[in-house]
Design a protein around this ligand. Sequence first.
Ligand code: NOJ
Length: 566
Amino acid sequence: MKSGILWLYVVAVSVALSLPACAQTAGSAVDAEGHQWWQHAVFYELYPRSFADSNNDGVGDLRGIASKLDYLQSLGVDAIWISPCFPSPQVDFGYDVSDYENIDPMYGTLADFDDLAREAKKHNIRIILDFVVNHTSDQHKWFLDSKSSRASAHRDWYIWRDGKGPNQPPNNWVSIFGGSTWKFDPTTNQFYYHIFYPEQPDLNWRNPAVKDAMFDVTRWWYHRGVSGFRLDAVDTLFEDPNLTDNPITGPGKNAFGDPLEESKYNQKLPEVHDILRGLRQVADENNAVLIGETWTADIAELNKYYGKGNNELQLPMDFLFTTVNKLSPAEFRKQIAAVDSASGWPTFVISNHDIIRSYDRYGDGKHNDQIAKLMAALYLTLRGTPIMYYGEEIGMKTTPPVRQEDVKDPIGRRGWPKEKGRDGERTPMQWNDDANAGFSQAKPWLPVPPTYKTHNVAAESKDPNSILEFYRNLLKLRHTNPALLDGGYAALNENDPNVLSYLRTYKNQTVLVALNMSGSVQKVDFQLSHNGFSSAKSLLSTAKSSVSGDTVTLEPYGVFIGQLSK
Ligand code: NOJ
């Protein structure tokens, strides 16, 4: 049995931390203490190709999403972030936009979007769109004009340069998706810059006309009822105008066979913050939220994205949290403490459309379902806003292609076999155990994982011990418990190698969270009575976890969430 720590100072710290971090920001607060709607909301990312297919063509669509609003509401979702659904040649499955102010016919029409927005509002669900700010498709009318002649009206909307010589790009920068970042265009005898695929030319954000047009896109959607944007790849907006070569960091090559280099001159340039402040002003005028795809090396970098006085992104995602790749209380404590000390409100993500699902990242192959609940209990009880990923709530498994010819994601085709691409985390949502998991009557664009027979919404809704029911109960608790919503975070038992535990305290309410990250039973004495509490009452626990007196007993990978009373 392990001993607890002295809590008195811990409680004092958590009361101090409980002041809303962003109370000073614009927009209408949801309570007298100045909390903003996005601080209390649970966000849910859905990949529109894979969520629900209403017209049975094998690809999901907006009407499909609308048909699942009851489900999302009953789950406890407050806002859906829809990955890009704008017209696109789909080279990068929508992250190559050819018209920012329309809907791709594959997903429906603007009228379908308006219907979805109206229905979502009735379900108290807000809509967040994915704004691909760094680049357009090479089929966007701006780029088509830009490449048509050196004198075209949109020439300077993109980044065009002469090569160093015949067949020699302007510098050594390598694309995130492999190869040089420069593509030669014979029409005008110059290279254009693309940090992702050649079909995704980078916009020139140094041109004020680009800025105006892109800011107007956000206004256009705000007026259509959108409550914010997830900003794609913000790190990549600016490049060194002198095109200085990037430093080479080592002798090897990456999965695409390119030299290893530090993206010193084409990522994370300080100018990005001017743009984020501007986008934030427009967002504030619309009581909207900006979520950032912010890959940061440390919390100091993350802080820059909040901006001085919280005037940039309200919710820069903390991907450092996803770098913890094992069930290690010590590692999680470190990352939680770091983001808890950040200058803005934390944002937690454990899965998304670019990374292996948490079910597989943490699962040991035997206890994956218990571990899925454990991970849910972790990121849904921390101080901050969680962003779920579709299917996480039913324990969907990452299912990468096994043959190169089945790969859909171009980076998988290009990087095979070292880089298999991202198809595995984008498979169709598993609604029931009918053919194609109830996603579509046609063959889905990606195969449904075999686990759909057991891990699906219909089956799990009937099982009180399912991952889905655990999520539902947890989200219900999170929405109604003031300590979980607004309370400060304070770590407990910081040397415990097996159990991650902490308090969330708001005013006179304290919740204890204890998470067993080991495969054996753990008993922890929290010394409740020595620390001013008379008892703990379970609010939500896994089947064989319980409290008796001062001691919490946790089954392997068990969860205990309890209210403490004085
Ligand atoms: C980040 C997105 O999440 C990813 O899916 C996409 O391929 C790149 N940005 C390029 O837009």
